[in-house]
Design a protein around this ligand. Structure first.
Ligand code: UDP
Ligand code: MG
Length: 356
């Protein structure tokens, strides 16, 4: 698929490029091409404002750019809202054939972006564009990934704050990768980072984990998310819990280890109790009462066994999902920006990187 993306003509430079930090690679294009990747599901009401805001900010910097909105199975005309924007925004729409979820939508965006740098941000206006110059500056200093870190969760519901803290604690104790707490998908990535991400073959993608797994010289910058301009969050408690579980099972075997430890502890206890009962029988004869203990013990142990079989099943389901080898997303339409408005219809695109 030949993707000819028209980048907006550069505006006059406003600022000189920052010097590289000591010991950091300096080879950065003087006027990088930036691809802004925006996953959007039912964001028709706010996507225009968001894309306009990004375009205005990028226009004030010494850059070329494109904006790619991934229409993730919207039913409210999000794609048409983007197509109707001013051509100077250089906004393309990549319409997925159905809702595949934010992680898949971001993956689709990274696969179709051609810039030297990729900026990922949400469609609902919660990610302040005022951070973009800082991100550019950091990248010019030599950092390959610049991510925004939420400074305060005071405005979030109680369950979300507790859940998030617990999630990061678990991930840290699993010890396999170091996911920076409170860093989300609002990030600026060098092409080298994106290529590394695209080479990861898994179809079940937990992006926060993958960003950390690929490594690279990364830096966080603090920010406070703005209020949503319109609509409401698409992540219910259940969806968030599902995402956290996906993260834990994709990046650690902690639940399996916990199951082994609890299993071993219970087996030791059972053995000790058996020894005690045997000694008691030998010394004092058989004690007929004790049915409640037996019943409670049986119920408890069968419950624990079922739980652990369930955990094993979760991992097995992940493996099953991967071996099926289905693509992460399917593109229905790729409406390219401005200069040429040709449409490539209905390409069922398996992930290109999955073949390499
Ligand atoms: N999103 C998406 N697919 C989905 C759910 C969400 O592309 O299935 C997009 C959504 O349109 C938004 C971003 O992901 O641009 C973040 O979603 P949301 O604002 O609902 O999440 P929150 O800010 O509450 O974490
Ligand atoms: Mg949001």
């Amino acid at each position: 698929m030949a993707t000819q993306i028209a980048f907006r003509a550069p505006s006059p430079p406003l600022r000189p490029a920052g010097g590289p930090a000591p010991g950091v690679r300096a080879a950065r294009p003087a006027r990088p091409r930036v691809s802004v990747v925006i996953p959007a599901r039912n964001e028709a009401e706010c996507i225009g404002t968001t894309v306009d805001g990004v375009a205005d900010t990028l226009a004030s910097l010494d850059l070329e750019w494109e904006v790619i909105v991934i229409d993730d199975g919207s039913t409210d005309g999000t794609g048409d809202a983007v197509a109707g924007l001013d051509p100077s925004c250089h906004a393309s729409v990549l319409r997925l054939s159905r809702n595949f979820g934010k992680e898949a939508a971001i993956t689709a965006g990274l696969d179709h972006a051609s810039g030297d740098v990729i900026l990922c941000m949400d469609a609902d206006g919660q990610h302040p564009v005022s951070l973009i110059p800082q991100m550019l500056e950091r990248w010019r200093e030599g950092y390959e990934m610049v991510y925004a870190v939420r400074t305060d969760r005071a405005t979030e519901p109680h369950y979300k704050r507790i859940g998030t803290r617990l999630f990061y604690k678990l991930m840290r104790s699993a010890g396999e990768i170091d996911i920076p707490p409170d860093a989300g998908d609002f990030r600026w990535m060098d092409r080298t980072v994106v290529e590394a991400l695209r080479r990861l073959p898994e179809h079940n993608r937990f992006m926060k984990g993958l960003y950390s797994w690929v490594g690279f010289r990364s830096i966080g910058i603090p920010f406070m998310p703005l209020a949503r301009t319109r609509g409401h969050s698409q992540f219910s408690r259940l969806k968030l819990a599902g995402l956290a579980w996906k993260g834990i099972t994709s990046f650690s075997v902690l639940p399996l280890r916990a199951a082994s430890v609890v299993g071993a502890a219970l087996a030791t206890l059972a053995f000790a109790y058996g020894t005690y009962e045997f000694a008691h029988h030998m010394l004092y004869g058989t004690d007929v009462p004790g049915w409640p203990t037996v019943v409670v013990g049986m119920m408890f142990f069968s419950g624990v066994q079922l739980l652990f079989i369930g955990i094993l099943g979760e991992y097995l389901a992940r493996v099953y999902d991967e071996v099926k080898g289905r693509p992460t997303y399917v593109v229905a339409e790729w409406r390219r920006a401005a200069a040429d408005d040709s449409h490539d219809q209905a390409q069922a695109t398996p992930r290109e990187h999955a073949q390499g």
